[in-house]
Write a protein that binds this ligand. Structure first.
Ligand code: 4NP
Length: 157
């Protein structure tokens, strides 16, 4: 079985991408896939900080503790380290392209583009929202996690 290296990217790495990382980590564990997973932000605003308390609570509702996660900024090296890099919205995609060294082997895409029927949709930024918005984020990232498992299983043959 191939090892799959997946990176989830948002703006601050404290709301959406840590939840995507948590949902995928859990789904991959349950599926018995060999993975390396991480998340990063295109901005440096929250480097070294734990996830937003609302994201920590949302993950907790699904039995996952993300309080030890720490924010980090996307680097050009990530395009070599990871096989797949998934951005939450179009602004993330534009910011990512500015860091992309161009000679990496990562497949870069919008997260919801991998979910049948959800192509082109953005994972909305819940930062200015409330608890409901974090629930919506969870719904999106867990749907994408399941879709990604199916894709990686296919890759494994
Ligand atoms: P995230 O949300 O990109 O999902 O982590 C945000 C977190 C922080 C900020 C914006 C979005 N901020 O402007 O500090």
């Amino acid at each position: 079985m191939e090892k799959h290296r997946v990176l989830f990217v948002c703006l601050g790495n404290i709301c959406r991408s840590p939840l995507a990382e948590a949902a995928f980590r859990k789904a991959a564990e349950e599926a018995g896939l060999d993975i390396e997973v991480d998340s990063a932000g295109t901005a440096n605003y929250h480097v070294g900080e734990p996830p937003d308390p609302r994201s920590i609570e949302e993950a907790q509702r699904h039995g996952i503790d993300i309080s030890s996660y720490r924010g980090r900024q996307l680097s050009s090296d990530d395009f070599h380290r990871f096989d797949r890099i998934l951005g939450m919205d179009r602004s993330n995609m534009a910011n990512m392209s500015r860091v992309d060294p161009g000679d990496g082997n990562a497949k870069v895409s919008l997260l919801m583009d991998i979910v049948p029927g959800q192509e082109g949709r953005e994972v909305a930024d819940p930062w200015y929202g409330g608890e409901d918005n974090f629930r919506d984020t969870w719904d999106d990232v867990s749907m994408a996690a399941e879709a990604l498992i199916a894709i990686l299983r296919d890759d494994d043959g």
